[in-house]
Design a protein around this ligand. Structure first.
Ligand code: P6P
Length: 356
C-alpha cells in the first residue's frame, strides 16, 4: 500500500528533501537574469574556497599550520599561517573560476586584477577578510571569512578598476560570511533576503538549514570589548548603562558575549537579537573594522535581515570608501538597539531614557 510522503516523513538526518547551496543559487539566480549563470559560478567558487579553508582549520594542529608566519600584514598585524592559507585559497578559487576580475583582501596591500574568461558577461569584484578573528585559531575558538561582491562596468580600465570598485556598500550585489564554529555555516544575501547553509562534511555540501533569516528585535546579547571603556565617549557610556538596565516588564537583562571574532559575534546576534559594537578607541581612532570587507558586507546582510548598521551617525552602506583598507566605527544588529545607540551618540539619549 503506497503512502503519501507526508504520511511517511523521512527519518531525521535523511537527506531526501535537502537543498544544496548550488541548487539554491541556480533556483534563485533570478537576481541575475542577464548572467549566464556567472554569478552562480562565482558564489560556487567562494564556497569551494570555504570548504578548503574549513578543511585546514579543522585539522590545523595536525597539519602544523597553527601559529604565525613571522610576517606582518598590511594592517600591521602579525599574520597567522591560517590567514595566509585562507587568503591563498580564496584567490586560487576566484582565479580558477574565471568569473572575477578584481580582488581586494585584508591580507594584501593593494587590489589584485584577475583575468576573467574572455566570455565573461559580468565583471565581478570580490573583497574579503579571509580569516576574521584569526588570533582565535591557536586557542580553538571560532573564526570566520567575510566576502563582498560588486559588479563592475564592462571593459573597465584595469588601472582604474580599484577606484571603480570602491563604491558605497549599498551597491554590493551580494555579501556573506562563513562561520567556522561548532558547525561550519555559509550565510549570504543577494539582496533578496538572508539564507544560511550548514556544511555536511560527510558529503561535502552546504545544505540549506536557516532559510530567510530575520534578526530578532530583542535586547538579548551585546558584543563590545569593555576593556576599552576608558576610551569611550560619555555618550557611549550612557548608552551602555541604558543597555544593561533590566527590562521593566520582564526583568530580563542583556547578556555580554564577545568572542574576539566579529563573524561569530555577528552570527550569534543575528539568531538571538542584539548588537556588536567596535567604536573609535585610542588604538583605533577610526574604529578597527574595515569598511570594504567587514562592515559593508555585514551591513548588507543585517539590513536584509531587518536590522541596521551605523558608524554612530551615518548608515554604513551610504559611506563613500576612499581607500581599500579604511576603517570605520561600527554599531550593527537589531534595529531598535542601533537606533538607541545613535540617539545616545548624537546627544538625544533622553529620548531613549524616557522610553526605557
Ligand atoms: P579587540 C578581529 O581582529 C577583529 O577584527 C574582530 O573580528 C574582533 O571582533 C575584533 O577585531 C577584536 O578586537 O581589539 O577587541 O581584540
Amino acid at each position: 500500500m503506497s503512502h503519501s510522503p507526508s504520511e511517511n516523513p523521512p527519518p531525521p538526518g535523511d537527506l531526501e528533501s535537502v537543498m544544496t547551496l548550488e541548487q539554491f543559487i541556480i533556483d534563485r539566480h533570478e537576481r541575475f537574469p542577464q548572467a549566464t549563470g556567472a554569478f552562480a559560478r562565482l558564489l560556487r567558487d567562494v564556497s569551494v574556497a570555504a570548504k578548503i579553508i574549513n578543511h585546514n582549520i579543522r585539522r590545523a594542529g595536525i597539519l602544523d599550520v597553527l601559529g604565525e608566519t613571522g610576517r606582518v600584514n598590511v594592517q600591521d598585524e602579525r599574520q597567522k599561517q591560517l590567514d595566509e592559507i585562507a587568503d591563498r585559497e580564496l584567490e586560487r578559487a576566484l582565479r580558477r573560476g574565471g568569473e572575477c576580475c578584481l580582488i581586494g583582501s585584508e591580507e594584501q596591500p593593494e587590489t589584485i586584477p584577475l583575468s576573467p574568461d574572455a566570455t565573461a558577461q559580468e565583471q565581478f569584484a570580490v573583497f574579503f577578510d579571509p580569516l576574521d578573528g584569526s588570533t582565535n585559531t591557536d586557542v580553538n575558538a571560532s573564526v570566520g571569512t567575510i566576502f563582498s561582491i560588486y559588479t563592475l562596468p564592462e571593459h573597465v580600465d584595469r588601472d582604474d578598476s580599484v577606484h571603480v570598485a570602491l563604491r558605497p556598500g549599498a551597491e554590493q550585489v551580494a555579501a556573506g560570511y562563513v562561520a567556522y564554529g561548532s558547525s561550519t555555516m555559509f550565510v549570504f544575501t543577494t539582496g533578496n533576503g538572508v539564507n544560511g547553509f550548514t556544511l555536511d562534511p560527510g558529503i561535502g555540501e552546504f545544505l540549506l538549514t536557516h532559510p530567510d533569516l530575520q534578526i530578532p528585535a530583542a535586547r538579548a546579547m551585546y558584543s563590545v570589548n569593555e576593556a576599552d571603556i576608558e576610551d569611550f565617549s560619555p555618550e557611549l557610556r550612557s548608552f551602555l548603562r541604558w543597555l544593561k538596565q533590566k527590562d521593566p516588564q520582564t526583568g530580563a537583562r542583556v547578556r555580554a558575549r564577545y568572542i574576539g571574532s566579529f563573524v561569530s559575534d555577528f552570527h550569534r546576534n543575528l539568531l538571538t537579537g542584539g548588537l556588536y559594537m567596535y567604536p573609535a578607541t585610542a588604538d583605533y581612532p577610526q574604529g578597527k573594522l574595515r569598511l570594504m570587507y567587514e562592515a559593508n558586507p555585514m551591513a548588507l546582510l543585517v539590513e536584509q535581515a531587518g536590522g541596521r548598521a551605523s558608524d554612530g551617525h551615518r548608515r554604513i552602506l551610504d559611506l563613500q570608501p576612499e581607500e581599500l583598507h579604511q576603517r570605520t566605527p561600527l554599531f550593527i544588529g537589531s534595529a531598535p538597539l542601533i537606533e538607541a545607540a545613535e540617539a545616545f551618540l548624537q546627544g538625544r539619549g533622553a529620548e531613549v531614557e524616557g522610553r526605557g
